[in-house]
Design a protein around this ligand. Structure first.
Ligand SMILES: [Zn+2]
Length: 156
């Protein structure tokens, strides 16, 4: 686990109940860079995040609350500098909102469980969806599929 990560009492990969706490509470829980993306709708600099170029198989969770968001099967190489996906892990994992800031008409994507800002979705993605979910690495918590297999093996 990342040593810069603070104690996060709302993070759970099994509890699917919606997380609704104030930004003041989030500020205590999340590291500053995560808070900036999740609650202040910030954007990490292109090509600086740890997952934009990652091709590993596994699951991407919301780093703020543990909600599963994307599977590596839904990830593609967009070369835009942010991890890009053509579909979320399930319909309810993400919520959408119109974003008309900066003189652009965009669609913001947020975590369906805690409403953390994740990034935006554009309609220039590959088939089958034609969508490109452009997501900040900072708000993603990746779990390698290999790790899951190892855990399974260890039990035997
Ligand atoms: Zn979340």
């Amino acid at each position: 686990m990342d040593s810069t990560r603070k104690e996060n009492p709302v993070f759970s990969k099994t509890d699917t109940a919606k997380v609704e706490i104030s930004n003041e509470e989030w500020k205590k829980i999340l590291p500053a860079d995560v808070y900036n993306i999740a609650r202040e709708k910030g954007t990490e600099r292109a090509f600086t995040g740890k997952y934009w170029d990652s091709k590993e198989g596994g699951t991407y969770y919301c780093l703020a609350c543990g909600n599963p968001l994307f599977n590596s099967n839904g990830k593609f190489e967009s070369n835009c500098g942010w991890p890009s996906f053509f579909e979320p892990i399930s319909k309810g994992s993400i919520i959408y909102a119109p974003d008309n800031t900066y003189g652009m008409k965009r669609t913001e994507v947020m975590c369906g469980k805690c409403k953390a800002h994740l990034g935006h979705v554009f309609d220039d993605g590959p088939p089958p969806t034609g969508l490109r979910y452009c997501i900040n690495s900072v708000i993603l918590d990746f779990e390698k599929a290999k790790d899951a297999e190892q855990k399974f093996d260890n039990k035997q």
